[in-house]
Design a protein around this ligand. Structure first.
Ligand SMILES: [Fe+2]
Length: 517
């Protein structure tokens, strides 16, 4: 297994396939022609000896330079988070394992200030004090330094949301870390919802109920590493837990995201499977087991979990949900789906070479006919030719029927991959049409995020924003802000940073009405 990992190590991944594969968790999940170069370098002026993926530059930039004009109805903050290793990763570890580095673009009355800070949680503080890595292998506690036994292993590097006037930095193997929305100071390193969290883990992708505003979330491997227990729960915006239940999965696979509709919670079990043998040999938590099927599971939101139904399907990967809805007849879940392992650095259990074509993701609609008392299959329909793994929607529609989706992707209409510029796409699922923002040359784009024009604006009316890396300008970063209904007109405003920003997995918009003060 060690030999296989060496052939698919993080340098290979960062150096050759990032844009083509796309998925979750890598330090620089950008789309564009020169992602590799961007991903491999540290801050300007550093050398390659700082290691691939290391950045570590915490920054404050007041009164950012803006080209164009910040819209008068865009006030709030755009937060991003990604892995940024405190120390060079050890051989065999993967890019998912860097410490969480959070950045914020605070936008108010036309002014933009930028700030970034590490999440100073238990893991970061212990390693900072020791001056070395104490958690050397991705989700493998048997490799930890004895001095950190019992500490949270959270990197807090995957997603970031606001909850109860705090910013929660999320990693799916642990409880969140809570930060101050304005200062990015870490307030609660290990936030367990006032001891109401019924799971040892908390997903990186909670959903906000479109009608009540409640947060619906889950934890998998809820009772410990390798556990088949999934804990589901719902909290009000004030912190009251109003529901919880548990189910068990057919086998322990990565449950990175899930879907929530008015009536159901939906999980999709993929063959990125828990690998106890690999962990015993000092390796990471997962390997791709191509002998395993997928399982589409659905369960009533208000039940005790005993009604869960699992429908077996073909071997596939799907890690992110764009949107989902259900009616009396069917459940629909739109995901990004690939035929096989989407991550070049994840070991293949059968020793096969990683396949970048089979690992490429497309927006795909899964659906289940609720007519039969025991559905025997689920449907799979690829919706668009665009290739990308970080779909987003207007997050006010997390649990409601929705029409518009967004995706960072290479230009699907380019003559060749080499000529394809990095794009943001807007999809209209009603017409199945797309609109594209095509970036400038030598630019990579991170995941995009939607900000509504106002709390009651129609779906998709507002702004789409995301980080652009200028690979021909020493990898300097810009925040591009687009009218989400007119992506093809280009940015209405571009916030220019004097340096590269840290890598990003996911980002989150907090409107002014939810900011302190
Ligand atoms: Fe994710």
């Amino acid at each position: 297994m060690k030999e296989k990992r060496d052939t698919l190590n993080r340098r290979t991944f960062m150096g050759g396939t990032l844009g083509a594969a796309a998925g979750i968790g890598a330090a620089h999940w950008l789309t564009g022609p020169a992602e590799a170069a961007a991903a491999q370098q540290g801050p300007p002026g550093t050398s390659a000896s700082t290691g691939p993926g290391l950045y570590r530059l915490e920054a404050d930039v007041r009164h950012c330079e803006v080209r164009g004009a910040i819209p008068s109805d865009l006030n709030g903050a755009f937060y991003r988070v990604g892995p940024d290793p405190q120390f060079p990763l050890v051989d065999g570890n993967i890019p998912f394992d860097g410490e969480g580095h959070v950045s914020m673009f605070r936008i108010k009355d036309g002014r933009v200030d930028y700030k970034s800070r590490f999440v100073r949680n238990d893991r970061w503080l212990a390693q900072d004090a020791a001056g070395r890595i104490l958690f050397p292998m991705y989700r493998n506690p048997s490799m930890d330094d004895p001095s950190v036994a019992g500490l949270s292993r959270s990197t807090a590097n995957t997603h970031i949301i606001n909850y109860k006037n705090m910013l929660l930095a999320l990693k799916e193997d642990s409880p969140p870390s809570a930060m101050d929305l304005l200062t990015l100071e870490t307030l609660v390193p290990n936030y367990t919802f006032d001891d109401l969290l019924p799971s040892r883990t908390f997903t990186a992708h909670p959903k906000l109920d479109s009608e009540t505003g409640n947060m619906v979330a889950f934890g998998y491997e809820a009772t410990g590493h390798g556990s088949d227990v999934v804990s589901m729960f719902e909290f009000t915006p004030d912190g009251e837990r109003v529901w919880d239940a548990t189910i068990t999965v057919p086998y322990v696979g990565m449950l990175h995201d899930f879907a929530v509709t008015r009536r159901y919670i939906i999980f999709y079990v993929i063959p990125m499977a828990f690998d106890a043998e690999q962990m015993a040999n000092g390796g990471i938590h997962w390997s791709w087991d191509s002998t395993q099927p997928t399982y589409f599971g659905f369960v009533r939101r208000d039940g005790d979990g005993s009604d869960v139904r699992w429908i077996e399907g073909p071997t596939r990967s799907a890690t992110h949900v764009m949107g989902a809805f259900s009616d009396d007849d069917r459940i629909y879940v739109d995901v990004e789906m690939s035929m096989s392992n989407p991550f070049p650095f994840m070991p293949m259990r059968d020793g096969a070479a990683w396949n970048p074509v089979a690992g490429a993701s497309h927006i795909t609609r899964l659906s289940v006919d609720l007519g039969p008392s025991t559905p025997q299959s689920y449907s799979i329909e690829q919706m668009y030719p665009h290739q990308g793994a970080l779909p987003r929607q207007d997050d006010r529609y997390n649990t409601a029927p929705y029409r518009y989706g967004f995706l960072a992707c290479p230009d699907p209409y380019a003559e060749s991959r080499r000529e394809a510029r990095a794009c943001y796409a807007r999809f209209d699922h009603q017409t199945r049409q797309d609109t594209l923002y095509r970036s400038e040359e030598a630019t990579s784009l991170a995941e995009c995020c939607f900000a509504p024009r106002s709390a009651d604006a129609p779906e998709g009316s507002g702004y789409l924003m995301g980080l652009a890396t200028r690979n021909d300008q020493n990898r300097r970063s810009d925040l591009v802000i687009l009218d989400a209904e007119h992506l093809d007109e280009g940015p209405v405003a571009t916030v220019m940073l004097p340096m590269r920003a840290p890598g990003q997995v996911h980002g989150w918009w907090v409107p002014e009405s939810q900011m302190p003060g």
